[in-house]
Design a protein around this ligand. Structure first.
Ligand code: FES
Ligand code: FES
Length: 154
């Protein structure tokens, strides 16, 4: 069954089983391997993408639930060769260590800042529940506060 989704601004027809997790449709069918697999049970956030602007853990979302939706992955965050301000802040503040969790982390942070442009530490802790085995949480928080203070604003 073909399922139509828009991924990073391009309409895509996915010929996959409806219960295929969105993560695998993105990675295996479309080749968008920037979105990572960590746990497969919606616990770690490595697979976070945006579905209609909301952060979603794609490992447990059936692709059929995303039919007709606009999906953004880490590959679609930069615009015309310019990094998204969250990506730029990740470089400025040297957030990643091994990097494995960071595409999901960046997608989650981007969605959080879209809803709460100046989040408190408590709101960051509540909104960003992604797991980083390298323990980059302090730098994640620092970069979020720098963005909230205006870093990266044109
Ligand atoms: S792989 Fe989806 S939350 Fe861990
Ligand atoms: S940077 Fe290594 S798991 Fe997060």
């Amino acid at each position: 069954m073909a399922i139509t989704v828009t991924v990073n601004g391009r309409e895509q027809f996915l010929d996959v089983e409806p219960d295929t997790p969105l993560l695998w449709a993105l990675r295996d069918t479309l080749g968008l391997t920037g979105t990572k697999f960590g746990c497969g049970i919606s616990a770690c956030g490595a697979c976070t993408v945006h579905v209609n602007g909301r952060a979603v853990r794609s490992c447990t979302m059936p692709v059929s639930a995303a039919a007709g939706a606009a999906i953004t992955t880490i590959e679609g965050l930069a615009s015309e060769g310019t990094l998204h301000k969250v990506q730029q802040a990740w470089i400025t503040h040297q957030v990643p260590q091994c990097g494995y969790c960071q595409s999901g982390m960046i997608m989650a942070v981007t969605a959080l800042l879209g809803q709460r442009p100046n989040p408190s530490d408590e709101e960051i802790d509540a909104g960003i529940t992604n797991i980083c085995r390298c323990g980059t949480f302090v730098r994640v928080r620092r970069a979020i506060h720098a963005l909230a203070a205006g870093e990266g604003r044109a």
